[in-house]
Design a protein around this ligand. Structure first.
Ligand code: ADP
Length: 648
């Protein structure tokens, strides 16, 4: 009994325990299942959110916003494969279906505009709009669309697209409302993401717009600077080119004639002109005549190119008269231009500027181009500047031409004079030799005795003949030196030459009671010289010293090696030469005032000496202190080792 009771008690307790747990699990199990489902939903949503966020970016171009939207919609559809995701875009009171995701074959005809009052409402309210049973409400306008997708319930989520872009909305369609609880957080998340991205994008767009604008502005400034810079460089180049031409023309050995055409060539290059010419005013003819050196004009045309200044229909004439620059874009069809020349040289664009010198207008410069509408006011200004430089060059050309003409005439005259001198001197010399011969014979008494008066007369005659012979031989020397005198250069020892010259002068010096001392260094290096001509120089200096220093004077000759040259000096203690005469002393026919009437002479000795020394590549000079004597020196370059044997 007890055993049965115990057994019954145990069973009873077990049953109660079972019942207790049964009751307990009956409540907990469904909760457990739902908790599990929620956990999974949360995990799925987390994955969805993480993945989409990872791919989220703020597009820089408004059109890329569509790509992001499409990506979100695709992800959404992947999470709810049985749903339909439709994307609408607002336009002109209707909503255009721009994209959809549903597992059926695309039907392009569905991608069209729809009008449904709920669309507008949804977009106005800016929040999710839920239709649990679309058929219960008014869905006029989208019946066909909804039935094509099998949509029974719909969730709409508007979102703001980029600024300026049309409004958009996502429609999440399902076969029943049961989907919505799960889909709601997804849709909210997508809508808020798209909206945030859109807002960020808006900022990015406007920033980008501002950046682009700034970039454009900076670019424009840089471009302007570039243009200004290249214009400056161009100007600098033009100036440099001009400077070079002007230097070439005005500098030593300048070539004015070529300078003019060089300037026209430069102008042609600088402004890319096809024809550049100067028309200068010919006062005698009353015409503007094309000057030599024109660029791009054939010679034969140049000859016939002149316009009377009375022809006012010529733009060149008008520029010449008014001094106002002229610019034409199409000279061949411009009533203000003489079409004849424009056609002759096939030019269209034309610039004309006045050329004036010190307020005096001397002509015009014309620059033409074969292209229409080619020259700019800037180039016209440049041309005006050039025209000023050109005026100076033209003036130089004119002067140069006049000078060359005069120089030519002078050379011709000089030649005639030399020829005349040579002939006359020669013709005079022969009879003089005869006269001198006979006078000496008579004076010697060989042909009969002479009384005192006869001797006196004949002596004066003899002296006069001597002077005349002297003058003639000086003139002959001079004319030879002016022409192409043949010098016989050789290495000459100047100390030897000086010694021999002094000994020839000895008699003359004694007659005048003048003493000559020679302090010439004996072993002077040789110079390259013609003995006869250099001997004549030393003779001249000695004769002058004896003649002008006066009775009782002393003359000193020195010769020294100065490294590059040998210097010979003839020094006397005579009256010297006044300062004002010193610079004329080497001129032809110049004779000192003090002695001209008392001492015989021709005024040619020093001129001849200067010419001879210079023909030897040397130099002659005077050092004189009035009242303390004169010192004439000349220097000749020392001969090179091998000896220079070519004629100078
Ligand atoms: P000329 O002796 O025939 O007059 P030069 O050409 O030799 O011609 O000399 C020119 C002038 O120089 C002389 O007339 C004289 O006045 C001056 N002259 C030359 N040598 C001397 C000198 N040693 N002392 C003073 N005057 C001199």
């Amino acid at each position: 009994m007890t055993g049965e009771l115990i057994g019954a008690g145990v069973l009873g307790a077990a049953g109660a325990f079972g019942a207790y747990w049964y009751l307990k699990f009956r409540d907990v199990l469904p909760m457990e299942t739902s908790l599990h489902a929620s956990k999974k939903a949360l995990a799925d949503f987390t994955v969805f959110a993480r993945e989409t966020m990872e791919r989220a970016f703020a597009p820089e171009q408004p059109e890329h916003y569509g790509d992001i939207t499409s990506y979100y919609l695709m992800k959404l559809h992947k999470s709810f494969p049985d749903s339909s995701i439709l994307l609408f875009e607002k336009g002109a009171g209707q909503w255009l279906l721009v994209n959809y995701l549903k597992y059926f074959k695309a039907e392009p005809k569905l991608l069209t505009s729809y009008k449904w009052s709920a669309f507008d409402r949804s977009s106005i309210e800016g929040e999710l709009l839920r239709f649990d049973d679309v058929h219960a409400g008014d869905y006029q306008g989208v019946e066909e669309l909804f039935s094509a997708f099998g949509i029974k319930s719909a969730l709409m989520c508007p979102f703001r697209a980029a600024a300026g872009a049309p409004e958009r909305l996502i429609l999440f369609g399902a076969s029943g409302p049961s989907f919505f609880d799960a889909a709601l957080p997804y849709l909210r998340f997508v809508a808020s993401q798209l909206s945030s991205i859109s807002k960020v994008s808006d900022k990015v767009f406007s920033l980008k717009k501002e950046t682009d604008q700034l970039k454009n502005e900076v670019n424009a400034v840089v471009k302007e600077l570039d243009v200004a810079g290249s214009r400056l460089i161009q100007r600098a180049r033009e100036r440099k080119a001009l400077y070079e031409v002007v230097t070439k023309v005005t500098g030593p050995g300048g070539d004015a004639q070529n300078g003019c055409s060089a300037i026209l060539n430069i102008v042609a290059k600088m402004v890319e002109g096809d024809v550049v010419a100067c028309l200068l005013y010919d006062e005698a003819k009353g015409e503007l005549v094309v000057s030599p050196g024109a660029y791009g004009i054939p010679d034969e045309d140049r000859m016939s190119y002149s316009i009377p200044v009375s022809n006012h229909s010529s733009a060149s004439v008008r520029t010449f008269l008014s001094r106002k620059p002229f610019l034409s874009d199409d000279a061949q069809n411009d009533p203000d231009v003489l079409a004849r020349y424009a056609k002759l040289w096939e030019i269209h664009s034309l610039m004309i500027v006045p050329i004036s010198l010190h307020d005096r207008i001397i002509g015009v410069m014309r620059v033409g181009s074969r292209r229409k509408d080619f020259f700019t006011p800037d180039q016209l200004e440049f041309l005006t500047i050039i025209a000023d430089e050109l005026a100076i060059i033209i003036e130089m050309v004119t002067l140069y031409e006049n000078l060359s003409k005069t120089a030519e005439e002078l050379a011709q005259l000089n030649k005639l004079k030399d020829e005349f001198l040579a002939t006359v001197s020669h013709e005079l010399k022969t009879p003089l030799t005869t006269i001198k011969g006979f006078v000496s014979v008579i004076l010697s008494g060989e042909v009969g005795p002479l009384n005192e008066q006869q001797i006196n007369f004949l002596t004066v005659t003899d002296q006069s003949v001597n002077r005349l012979t002297h003058l003639i031989s000086d003139l002959l020397d001079l004319s030879r030196l002016n022409g192409k005198v043949e010098m016989e250069f050789q290495n000459v020892n100047l100390s030897e030459l000086v010694r021999s010259s002094i000994s020839t002068m000895h008699l003359k010096a004694t007659e005048k009671n003048v003493t000559i001392s020679n302090e010439t260094v004996k072993d002077l290096p040789p110079v390259h010289a013609d003995t006869r001509w250099i001997g004549q120089v030393v003779d001249n200096l000695l004769i002058n010293a004896i003649k002008y220093a006066g009775a009782g004077a002393s003359v000193k000759v020195t010769g020294s090696d100065k490294g590059e040259a040998v210097v010979i000096c003839v020094e006397d203690n005579g009256p010297g030469i006044p300062h004002e005469e010193q610079k004329m002393i080497f001129d032809k026919f110049y004779r000192g005032k003090a002695s001209a009437s008392t001492v015989p002479g021709t005024g040619l000795g020093l001129a001849i000496s200067k010419s001879v020394v210079e023909k030897h590549g040397g130099k002659i000079w005077l050092e004189s202190k009035p009242g303390k004597g004169s010192k004439f020196c000349f220097a000749l370059p020392i001969a090179k080792q091998q000896g220079n044997t070519d004629g100078r």
